[in-house]
Design a protein around this ligand. Structure first.
Ligand code: 5AD
Ligand code: SF4
Length: 439
């Protein structure tokens, strides 16, 4: 979602005369779009700001102004603290108020420093300008569309409900209009995003509520949409109609990112996840019934307070039962203001490190096995960009694997049938089968 927000900020500031640069020394304005989910991510901001402060001073000496903005969830969580900790910061703006950036930047001058972390009353999305065709094209053939923001789940380790606020769904018509614009400019794959995307409950024009399955089915009927995905889901909101959508909607890709966090019911309960390991396995069984080739992906946390070796073994056992195509795994990081951080049975660093290493070794083995199993198969690939070598083009399989083939760059933006001939550690090599495949 930070990627999506950053593109919206860039579009907004493009209207104010700003253009993107890859080089921060050239920048009149630097925005750090930050993440507060784990301590390491949050702390990185301050070392980055330290470096930027030096650059800013050098530019000042040359009589060239540089403004520094901290946006995103660290901004939301720490607010004015950011200004106190780093004098070089001009503006702190939360994820629900970045549409006010032009105005805030005008106010933040002559040494005036500002913080805006309001959960805005006006609709952020309506206040943002539509990107031009050129801006959309420059970002490629696969695009995100935010359909839902915020979270009401309050998992006991997580800051998201505090930084992103309560669950809010965008109206159906707005999502359709944004999708239309993307497709008309050449986008072929839409990934619907939200902190809790499958809790989507958006209103249609008649004020009726649509769930995610209905929204996906509607978008699948739009000409030009080749592929649909959604992320990130919560097991509790994995409704049967959404599972069924994986059978009935051909354009919906067979890849589901469904974080489980732990395989131990005791820990799941302590995490306030509101489901058991068995519930999770049951969802996967139903998903595989609807779409036998569905690839599963998950997030895991090791070393949540109170986690024993036996609890951790249950996580390992669950992983062995599922067989994940890919995943993200983390050491528990106590976050200020969350119930988990208050507990006095924190796990020591050494145990966390060992558990994470064991889990990641198993998950990596499964990822490699999944990739190896695609060798010899014929699959559809959406080509996204030129490959690393001359004469190559690169794209994605339905299962989110990177695939490269020898091919004409003209094919970028189209889906074609590919025979997978080899699996490398991070991508698959394939051979074009010539015929254009339609979803
Ligand atoms: N410590 C470690 N990992 C966390 N996540 C969320 N909060 C924490 C935390 N305090 C992980 C979860 C979530 C992913 C986005 O980040 O696995 O699904
Ligand atoms: Fe955080 Fe996801 Fe739990 Fe919401 S559902 S509190 S975003 S981990």
């Amino acid at each position: 979602m930070n990627v999506y927000d950053a593109t919206r900020m860039a579009d907004l500031l493009g209207r104010e005369g700003y253009a993107e640069t890859a080089n921060e020394e050239d920048a009149d304005l630097v925005i750090l779009n930050t993440c507060h989910i784990r301590e390491k991510a949050a702390e990185k901001i301050y070392s980055e700001l330290g470096k930027l402060a030096l650059t800013k001073r050098e530019r000042d000496a040359q009589g060239r102004e540089m403004k520094i903005v901290v946006a995103g969830c660290v901004a939301q969580a720490e607010g004015e603290e950011v200004l106190k900790r780093q004098r070089a910061v001009d503006l702190v703006v939360g994820p629900q108020s970045y549409h006010r950036l032009p105005d805030l930047l005008r106010q933040a001058k002559d040494g005036r420093r500002l913080t805006d972390t309001e959960f805005a009353v006006e609709d952020k999305f309506h206040a943002l300008p539509d990107p031009s065709r050129a801006q959309i094209r420059a970002r490629g053939v696969s695009a995100f569309v935010t359909v839902q923001e915020g979270c009401d789940k309050f998992c006991s380790f997580c800051v998201v409900p505090y930084t992103r606020g309560a669950e809010v769904s965008r109206p159906v018509a707005d999502i359709v209009a944004e999708t239309r614009r993307l497709i008309d400019a050449g986008v072929r794959e839409i990934t619907l995003i939200g902190q809790n995307v499958n809790a989507y409950r958006g209103a249609d024009d008649k004020g009726r509520e649509w769930g995610l399955a209905r929204l996906l089915s509607h978008l699948a009927d739009m000409d030009g949409v080749e592929r649909l995905r959604y992320t990130t889901s919560h097991p509790v909101d994995m409704a049967q109609d959404l599972i069924d959508a994986h059978e009935s909607i051909g354009k919906l890709m067979p890849y589901v990112h469904l974080p489980v966090q732990s395989g131990s019911d005791r820990i799941l309960k302590a995490m306030n996840r509101r489901h058991t390991g068995a519930d999770y396995l049951d969802i996967i069984t139903r998903l595989r019934k609807a779409r036998p080739d569905v690839a599963m992906s998950s997030d895991f946390i090791v070393g949540f307070p109170g986690e024993t070796d036996a609890d951790f073994e249950e996580t390992m056992a669950l992983v062995r039962k599922v067989g994940f195509a890919s995943s993200f795994s983390f050491k528990y990081s106590p976050r200020p203001g969350t119930p988990g951080a208050e507990r006095d049975d924190q796990i020591d660093e050494e145990a966390k490190r060992e558990r994470l290493a064991a889990l990641q070794a198993l998950l990596e083995e499964q990822r490699q096995a999944f990739n190896a199993a695609t060798v010899g198969r014929e699959i559809d690939v959406l080509f996204e960009k030129p490959g690393r070598h001359e004469g190559q083009i690169a794209g994605k399989s339905p299962y989110m694997q990177a695939v490269h083939v020898e091919g004409d760059p003209e094919m970028i933006g189209s889906v074609a049938r590919v025979a997978i001939v080899a699996a490398g550690s991070n991508s698959l090599a394939g051979r074009l089968l010539g015929e254009e495949a339609k979803a």
